[in-house]
Design a binder for this molecule. Structure first.
Ligand SMILES: Nc1ncnc2c1ncn2[C@@H]1O[C@H](COP(=O)(O)OP(=O)(O)O)[C@@H](O)[C@H]1O
Ligand SMILES: [Mg+2]
Length: 309
């Protein structure tokens, strides 16, 4: 008997594969998505969604693509797979994805093909929206300038193409490579980790979809999972999956706090969180003490702690 059978599950509830049918519309995801959808439908130009690793950016990008109706949008999702990509490669990929049949090698020709295609999309009454995942890997000025060029393509009442960049927080730094592009960011949104209530709802949602007939975690276990994952979905999955496996090994009925604590310890998440919590406490204490530094040594220590925090 494997652990799924043991728990009466038909499928893995906490797989880290980005399976769209497991999508959970958390308050955090819903907020981000509705802002992006609104901006896309108004052809706002450039939109940026950042979030730390595992918060659900790729999941959200796919969801957004699914939500853009074909009759209304010419939409595409492009994933940047490494930081070495060049501006010509990127332009060709965008052209291909938007339906330019044989994109030219030569840049001026390529740009004119792209322009013609965008006008055609516009005349069909559609909006061209290109979603770009792992956008923090766009790291050259040259690439940023190409985006700026494309965003300058307009008909009198609106832009011909909009872009949505999905990426890690350092994406903000990359955008600074090209200040005029940064100024064109029409919407900037951050995907926050789930709060405790959403974490619980997320876990229940996934358990239900994988066929669970009873609740497999205690309330306490879910609280501890929220603490060690900080509400990051990828970590919620890893902790929950391991906890279910350990519960199976010990032939217990439900995953409790103790199992989650042990799993978090093994995964190194416990040490991470404790270090973070300690640093936060110390920096809070240092700020309190630093309000009226009594001598130079205390003041220096406060500066040190602030730097660490
Ligand atoms: N809203 C969501 N609904 C269901 N699963 C999610 C959701 N957000 C994230 N996940 C899960 O968390 C994991 C990490 O999400 P992902 O989109 O890959 O994060 P990111 O791209 O920000 O690193 C994925 O395996 C996915 O299954
Ligand atoms: Mg991703």
């Amino acid at each position: 008997m494997n652990y799924l059978e043991y728990h009466g599950l038909e499928q893995e509830p906490f797989s880290n594969a980005p399976v769209t049918n497991y999508y959970f519309n958390s308050e955090q995801h819903q907020k981000a998505l509705s802002k992006l959808m609104f901006a896309a439908s108004n052809m706002k130009g450039l939109m940026v969604l950042t979030g730390e690793i595992g918060t659900g950016k790729t999941t959200l990008a796919r969801r957004m693509l699914d939500n853009l109706p074909e009759e209304e949008y010419e939409a595409a999702l492009l994933v940047i797979i490494h930081a070495g990509i060049t501006a010509p490669w990127l332009l060709r990929r965008i052209a291909l994805q938007l339906g330019v049949e044989s994109p030219a090698e030569e840049k001026t020709t390529l740009l004119s093909q792209l322009y013609q295609r965008l006008v055609q999309v516009y005349e069909e009454g559609k909006k061209a929206v290109v979603l770009i995942d792992e956008a923090q890997m766009l790291q050259t000025r040259e690439i940023m300038e190409e985006f700026r060029g494309l965003l300058n393509l307009e008909v009198p009442e609106r832009k011909l193409v909009s872009f949505v960049f999905f990426g890690l927080p350092e994406l903000d730094e990359n955008l600074k490579l090209d200040p005029p592009l940064r100024q064109r960011v029409a919407l900037k949104s951050t995907l926050e980790p789930l709060d405790a209530a959403s974490t619980e709802a997320y876990m229940k949602h996934r358990l239900r979809l994988s066929g669970a007939k009873k609740m497999l975690f205690t309330e306490g276990a879910m609280k501890v999972i929220h603490r060690y994952s900080r509400g990051v979905p990828r970590l919620i999955n890893t902790l929950s999956d391991n906890a279910l496996f350990e519960t199976f090994l010990s032939r217990a009925a439900v995953a409790d706090e103790k199992v989650v604590e042990a799993v978090a310890q093994d995964l190194g998440l416990k040490a991470d969180i404790e270090a973070q919590e300690r640093a936060a406490a110390e920096s809070a204490a240092a700020q309190g003490a630093g309000a009226k530094p009594t001598d130079d040594a205390a003041f220096d220590k406060m500066l040190e702690d602030l730097k660490k925090g």
